[in-house]
Design a protein around this ligand. Structure first.
Ligand code: MGD
Ligand code: MGD
Ligand code: SF4
Ligand code: MO
Length: 742
């Protein structure tokens, strides 16, 4: 922070989306007077989007909760922090005692991934609860990519990203980074980087059922029938083998399973898959040849590639194409970042590891396998509804709004209403938290320090960046990590009045002792003593990390003090090849043909000839929104109404819809009413509606959002529909009927 004449400048890393832009805040008398891009930030280099400036609106939002709420006789009343935790202590252990540990479910949402005070404390709470019932937004999102990566490279977050500043050819499948600003790929100012790619003669190809903002800026765009990407990619892989275009290059000795792969994909020629995906065999073959013959190329996929019943296959095949064309781990290809802290692929022995396993447990009702220690969020409602041993009776939600974010939201809302006890860590009284008995509000984002634990593992360029709290917390307001620890203490039977700092010391000492041995524990703790809470865990992780000072063994190396001293960040250079060092598979090789995925090809083969439904619906993200929770911020909510369903004019004419008219959308008896927007951006037979809307439920405190509530896309979807391998929900390409409303 620098200060002149009563005005302070503070630097922040924006935590709204995955781009992690560096911002510059102007502060006066404890208030934010301005927010702009930090032009000196080594990573985001002066980029900001409209949401970044909305940090001020969020901070000032009168609806943002500042005191805990307790539900008394069906109505929320404000309570002190002590009363709120006393209520939890009174009720939560009682449920655990009466119904067993599995009766308490934990549900974690997207902002928890951006808040290291929440994220780093979830494992402790989960261990203290001892319940198998853990659900997160990951199974609405990226679980297929994590599973595919885990199986191939041995760690859940070993996800390669396009080396965009050096590539000549980028193919994007089911992602819209021009709007989302990148995902599983931390790439602020995608627009600028894409422009530079085209300016140096490179090509950008987008495969999407909508001509998105990204597609509009690309060299070419291919409409693909939703939910058929596995077939499209299989056509490419089969062509690579058939036309002898395979080129493993430097990875030749490092890839296991190429023969098994070749045998398994044989049935999927470009000719056989073309009718299913709506892309001609000739186009598939041309693309394949271009990919194979371009020196620097990368294929990348995102949400559209994940939210389908073959999500894991699709995400695996994306990397298969990158590997077989010699573009994985090569400059300008698809590369593995090297994060300064917390990355599993920089810890332990380089080049080999235990790999990942799934299915160690099955969910009680549907028998869905656990992946990464969690069950599919699509199983949540049934786990609450269906009686029996292990039925979920109580819930802790952490920064999540599954009533809008998860499929079949209305069913889930009904299930939440039947719980005996529910605690929500959230900042709003919204569609989900209105079902809670106690709401523990997180402080304003500006009142916390920030380090992106997960996202710094997906960066377009390696970087170390941290920001301290920009403003002090109001008197009495705990930070979220303290709330997490107090909940943990309650679950452990140590009481709500626990000294959280002492408990934090205990946990940390145990963790250090486990790794370092008793002798050095005191010395390590002492070395970290200038930091508290998540900052202390971060200092430990940086010091032990690949660039770390190793507690003095590498005096030139990094620690949190050095990182914090550089508010513009420390550039750690462009991505560099990392195979084999980053591998953590038992074989020490890239597993290009994991058994589970080869077996799943049988399911795909049996399904190859399926007829496309006449009309399907897909989702869409919008620049001035972020999932379900930014519709209450004035700067973002203003302007034209955005929760419209985009319909191709051909379809509109057939159905009898006009621009601005209203329509009913129905899927298997579930239905919503929406406003129509005609658009030739849409592939015929496909309509698009953004998710995260439907703010018209009773008992919430979202004044502005309720003025223009929109409709909940997820109210249409079947929560039983998922990718059986990853447990990811199908949220795209679902068959619907549309009828005009007079
Ligand atoms: N149909 C369809 N559904 C989708 C998607 C889609 O593309 N289509 N996308 C999916 C994806 S990718 C995701 S990530 C999920 C998101 O799923 P969720 O994470 O469940 O939903 P969000 O809308 O992000 O809700 C975040 C919640 O966190 C709260 N919150 C915000 N900041 C903080 C904070 O600092 N502390 C605390 N304690 N709470 C906070 C908000 O008030 C809100 O209640 O939605 C998924 N749902
Ligand atoms: N402005 C803004 N930014 C965000 C968010 C936000 O809500 N608003 N959310 C953040 C989050 S949580 C995430 S996970 C990321 C997501 O980031 P992205 O994945 O880049 O964003 P989406 O808009 O969901 O892109 C999915 C694309 O897939 C297409 N699609 C749908 N079905 C299919 C299909 O079957 N096949 C193919 N090939 N394409 C298909 C859709 O038309 C859409 O263009 O964005 C993050 N950034
Ligand atoms: S792109 Fe994302 S990280 Fe950057 S300012 Fe916008 S919301 Fe914040
Ligand atoms: Mo997400």
């Amino acid at each position: 922070m620098t200060s002149t004449r009563g005005e302070t400048i503070a630097h922040r890393i924006c935590s709204f989306c995955e781009a992690c832009c560096g911002l510059e805040l102007k502060l006066r008398d404890g208030k934010v007077t301005g927010i702009r891009a930090n032009t000196n930030d080594v990573f985001s280099r002066g980029f900001i989007c409209p949401k970044g400036a909305a940090l001020k609106d969020l901070h000032e939002d009168p609806d943002r909760l500042r005191m805990p709420l307790i539900k008394r006789n069906g109505r929320f009343v404000e309570a002190t922090w002590q009363e709120a935790f006393a209520e939890i202590e009174h009720r939560l252990p009682d449920v655990m005692k009466r119904y067993g540990r599995n009766s308490v479910a934990t549900v974690v949402g997207n902002p928890a991934a951006h808040s290291f005070g929440l994220l780093l404390y979830i494992p402790r709470l989960a261990r203290a609860l001892g319940s198998i019932n853990i659900f997160t937004a990951s199974t609405l999102d990226q679980m297929p990519k994590q599973l595919a990566s885990g199986l191939m490279y041995g760690a859940w977050l070993s996800i390669p990203v396009p080396d965009i500043e050096r590539t000549e050819f980028l193919m994007i499948i089911g992602g819209n980074p021009m709007v989302s600003n990148g995902s599983l790929w931390t790439v602020p100012d995608f627009r600028g980087k894409a422009k530079a790619l085209l300016a140096r003669g490179g090509k950008l190809v987008v495969v999407d059922p909508r001509r998105t903002e990204t597609a509009a800026a690309a060299t070419s765009h291919l409409f693909i029938r939703p939910r058929t990407d596995a077939f499209f990619l299989l056509g490419i892989v089969q062509t690579l083998f058939a036309e002898k275009l395979i080129r493993l290059g430097r990875l030749e000795e490092r890839v296991a399973g190429v023969d098994a792969l070749e045998a398994a994909i044989a049935p999927f020629s470009a000719d056989s898959v073309a009718p299913r995906c709506g892309i001609s065999a000739e186009t598939i073959r041309d693309l394949t040849r271009t990919l194979a013959r371009t020196e620097r190329a990368a294929v990348y996929g995102r949400m559209g590639a994940c939210t389908q019943e073959y999500g894991t296959l699709v995400n695996w095949l994306i990397d298969v194409v990158n590997i077989l064309t010699g573009h994985l781990d090569e400059l300008g290809g698809s590369m593995f970042p090297k994060a300064p802290a917390f990355a599993a692929n920089t810890g332990g022995q380089p080049g080999v590891g235990r790999g990942v396993i799934t299915g160690r447990r099955k969910s009680r009702v549907s028998g869905a396998p656990e992946v990464m220690g969690e069950f599919p969020i699509g199983c949540l409602a049934e786990e609450i509804e269906v009686p029996g041993d292990g039925q979920v009776k109580a819930m802790i939600t952490i920064a999540t709004n599954p009533v809008l974010a998860a499929p079949n939201g209305p069913r889930l809302a009904g299930a939440l209403a039947s719980l005996e006890f529910m605690v929500s860590l959230d900042i709003y009284l919204n569609e989900t938290t209105r079902h809670a008995d106690v709401i523990l509000p997180g402080c304003s984002q500006l009142e916390s320090s920030n380090y992106e634990v997960g996202l710094s593992q997906f960066v377009y360029r390696n970087v170390a960046r941290y920001c301290p709290a920009s403003l002090p917390r109001p008197e009495g307001q705990p930070s979220e990590w303290e709330n997490m620890l107090r909940l943990t203490a309650i679950a452990l039977g140590r009481g709500a009045e626990v000294n959280v700092n002492q408990l934090d010391d205990e946990f940390l000492a145990d963790e250090i002792r486990g790794r370092t041995g008793a002798a050095d524990t005191e010395a390590v703790l002492h070395a970290l003593s200038q930091w508290k809470g998540p900052d202390r865990l971060l200092d430990l992780a940086i010091r032990r990390g690949p660039y770390g000072d190793q507690f003095g063994l590498n005096p030139e190396g990094l620690n949190l003090e050095k990182v914090a001293a550089q508010p513009d960040g420390i550039d750690l250079g462009p991505l560099a090849p990392r195979v084999p060092e980053m591998l953590r598979t038992p074989s020490g090789k890239i597993e290009i043909a994991p058994e589970m995925l080869i077996a799943d090809l049988t399911r795909a083969a049996a399904d190859l000839g399926r007829q496309a439904p006449e009309l399907v619906i897909v989702g869409r993200r919008q620049l001035r929104s972020n999932n379900s929770w930014m519709h209450n911020l004035p700067i973002l909510a203003k302007g034209a109404f955005r929760c419209t369903v985009m319909v191709n004019p051909e379809d509109a004419q057939r159905i009898g819809l006009s621009n601005g008219s209203r329509a009913r959308i129905t899927n298997q008896g579930r239905s919503i009413e929406v406003q129509v927007e005609l658009s030739d951006e849409m592939m015929p037979g496909v309509v698009s509606l953004p998710h995260g809307w439907g703010h018209d439920l009773p008992g919430m405190k979202l004044t502005l959002a309720a003025e223009r509530p929109g409709a909940n896309l997820n109210a249409l979807f079947d929560d039983a529909l998922r990718d059986p391998l990853s447990g990811n929900s199908v949220l795209s390409g679902v068959a619907i009927e549309m009828t005009p409303i007079a």
